[in-house]
Write a protein that binds this ligand. Structure first.
Ligand code: SF4
Ligand code: FES
Length: 220
């Protein structure tokens, strides 16, 4: 067993410390669950799949955007608190949870691309047809890490990566309208090429690379 102290950001802009024991080899999410299970402790947080698939658990851990479900506690120095904060650039709802409505509004603006519906419809347990585009798990880590998101009208890295994906495989999308949307100060020209989005993406989407390809397309 190992002992870890989580320093958790709380609504009201304070932090509370919680020390728990977890088995060796545990992930940050395991420690959060132990805190959540402690009598008398309330904590607002979100998770589901436990394996980097649902995209719901994203946090800033010691200041860096991560999925706690795939972040080993062994990544952090023993004996020092591990600090957990909600994602940045999205409205805070409570403790570690942010409101994803603005994120999905941006994805909607580029048409909420649906890729490979034909191939996968009928193979899903729940028969859902509104499948996500490619590898993006809509976790919002890129949006939190992006310095250009300080501009509240910037469409952001995930939506621009989705737009670029549609350019490659339009499937009936109106590409001229899409180009108009991204060719704006709210689009690719707000990106500062920090590459933070690609650095934190847990799914290999590389939004920064997509933005560069969009710029090249617009300038060619
Ligand atoms: S592009 Fe990557 S970091 Fe951004 S929402 Fe999608 S999976 Fe998450
Ligand atoms: S719990 Fe689903 S991505 Fe972490």
């Amino acid at each position: 067993m190992m002992t870890v102290t989580l320093r958790i950001w709380r609504t009201g802009n304070t932090f509370t410390d919680h020390t728990v024991s977890v088995p060796d080899g545990s992930y940050v999410i395991d420690a959060i669950e132990r805190v959540f299970a402690q009598p008398g402790v309330s904590l607002v947080w979100r998770h589901a799949c436990h394996h980097a698939s649902c995209g719901s658990c994203g946090l800033r851990i010691n200041g860096l955007e991560k999925l706690p479900c795939v972040t080993p506690l062994s990544d952090y120095a023993p004996g020092r608190p591990v600090t957990l904060q909600p994602l940045a650039h999205l409205p805070r709802q409570g403790d570690l949870v942010v409101d994803f409505a603005p994120f999905f509004e941006r994805m909607q603006a580029v048409g909420m691309p649906i890729i490979r519906t034909d191939e996968t419809a009928g193979n899903c347990l729940d028969n859902r047809r509104d499948l996500r585009f490619e590898d993006c798990i809509e976790c919002g880590l890129c949006v939190s890490a992006c310095p250009a998101m300080a501009n509240p009208v910037f469409i952001g890295p995930a939506a621009l990566a989705a737009a670029e994906r549609l350019m490659e495989e339009p499937r009936g999308a109106d590409l001229s309208a899409l180009l108009q949307l991204v060719d704006a100060t709210t689009g690719v020209w707000s990106c500062r090429s920090s590459y933070q989005c690609s650095a934190v993406c847990p799914s290999g989407v590389d939004p920064a690379g997509a933005i560069i390809r969009l710029r090249k397309r617009l300038l060619s």
